[in-house]
Design a protein around this ligand. Sequence first.
Ligand code: CDP
Length: 247
Amino acid sequence: MPVLCTYSRRRRLRRRSAAKTAIAIDGPVASGKSSVGSRVAGLLHWPFVDTGTMYRAITWLALERGTDLADAAALGKLAERATVRVLAPAAGSNEYATVFVNDIDATPYLRSPTVERSVSVVAAVSRVREEMVSLQRSLVTDQAVVMAGRDIGTVVLPDARLKLFLDASAEIRAERRQAELERAGKARPYEDVLAETRKRDQLDSGRADSPLMPAADAVIIDTGTRSEDEVVDQITSLARTVFGAEV
Ligand code: CDP
């Protein structure tokens, strides 16, 4: 059972329903969830939980062990037995969370092309999702969070009081991902990145279990036509309206 998550937190909120004191941010590949989410979390002094890193961690472990990615039972067993420990980055920083899988620091490998290509296949396995969702829910039993992923508003935290769905065209998102890769010294051709973005969108939206979709009560934000600063401002002002004096 992958528990043992540690998230640093600067401020505790008193007398609140923890599951509701959450901002759920969903959206497809490179829609801005992580960059916007971590900045909003920093401004509110809430921890930021990037659930994608957890699916990436299990995917990395499966690749390391040579697990057949078509074997759902084996992947489920792997997720069940793994210990995933996630250490949040400093609030508002652009760093990724540090992720230990069975005590090995897997952080440097989680954005490799092989993990990138395989993660949506592993994330479609129901048993893997069950483990990850229970880990994610365990993080909000006593703390307010900003949590980003694909199914946070629909499945993980359906009673989050503020739900956002970030979106942009596949072309814009692929440009962003390509720029990110370039900055990391891992440049790849735009056409490849676009094809991969579309493939992952298809897998994430087409899977039977918890497909990517906006929650009925989510605010949909087009991040393709707005700057990151504008999106952060929009979300923090929504948070102040929804949570009032709590933030
Ligand atoms: O950063 P990017 O948007 O490329 O991906 P991510 O948020 O790190 O998520 C990686 C993959 O994990 C996604 O493409 C999904 O297949 C899966 N995922 C999921 O199924 N459910 C979540 N709550 C988060 C991620």
